[in-house]
Structure formats: structure tokens, C-alpha cells
Design a protein around this ligand. Sequence first.
Ligand code: NI
Length: 169
Amino acid sequence: MSVLTILEFPDPRLRTKAAPVTVFDAQLKRFVADMFETMYAANGVGLAATQVDVHQRVLVIDMSDERDQPLVLINAEIVEQDGAQVYQEGCLSFPGVYADVTRALKVKVKAQDADGKEFFYEAEGPQAVAVQHEMDHLAGKVFVDYLSPLKRSLLLKRLEKQRKQAASA
Ligand code: NI
């Protein structure tokens, strides 16, 4: 397994729309394992293939404190959604910055596992936020797209400042 490089905003490759996965082979399983390793190494709770410059519809999530509840969703589609919630989101492509985003409270998705087997997955609360956030990445969308122009420019300034501090540390 290996840790992959995570693209950071405003890398234009983050705007790429991912294609459906059609081949469920050993290479895909290795890629899924690498995505988990990359996400855990970065202390993230979710990662989309787009963020590691692979433009296929693969996302991984693990919101557990023990880091022992890995979830992989391949070719995920939202089939039902309900309610609304505001949740403070972060993103591995925006290190050190967070913002409130409004999303559906509950989602039901149809997806495939790494063997290509289809299943339904229902999530609520923070887990539903993660599913929607990662699915957005696969569509070339990032969480700051939901912010007002003013809030977005403040957040991007903060991102710049964090980067400078990290570079000089
Ligand atoms: Ni993200």
C-alpha cells in the first residue's frame, strides 16, 4: 500500500468530473487500500478519488474515533434524501480551514463495493455530510462553492495564511 499525494485547492484538477468505475479488479482493490491509507495518514474522515488525481467514482469514509469503520462507495448515487442540517466541514484539500455548510440530513445511496456488488447505504447526520461532501468531489465540486462570495474570500485568505505558516514552520 502507499500514501498518495492529495491535491490542494485551487488545483484545477479538483474540478474534474469522475467517470464511473467499470472494471472491478485487483488494481481497483489496491487503489481503494491506498485511498484508506492516504486518508488515515492525513487524519481525514473522508477522501474522494478526485483528490488524489484519479478520476473514477470511488470514495472512502471512516468517521469512527477508532478508525475501524471503513466504508467504500463506488459509483454512488443518491436515491433518497430528506431534511436539512448545518455542519462545520473541513476538507483535506483545504488544510486548516472550516466552514458551515447546509446539506440534507439523511441520504440513501445506491453504490457498489470493490467487488462490484450493488448495495444500498443509509446515513444520517455527520455521516450523511461526509457522503455528500465526497460525492461532490467526484462531480468536481468543493465545499467552498456553497459559501457566499464574502465568506468564501475570507476562508480562502485564511487558507493562504495557514499555508504560509505551514511553509515557515
Ligand atoms: Ni473534501
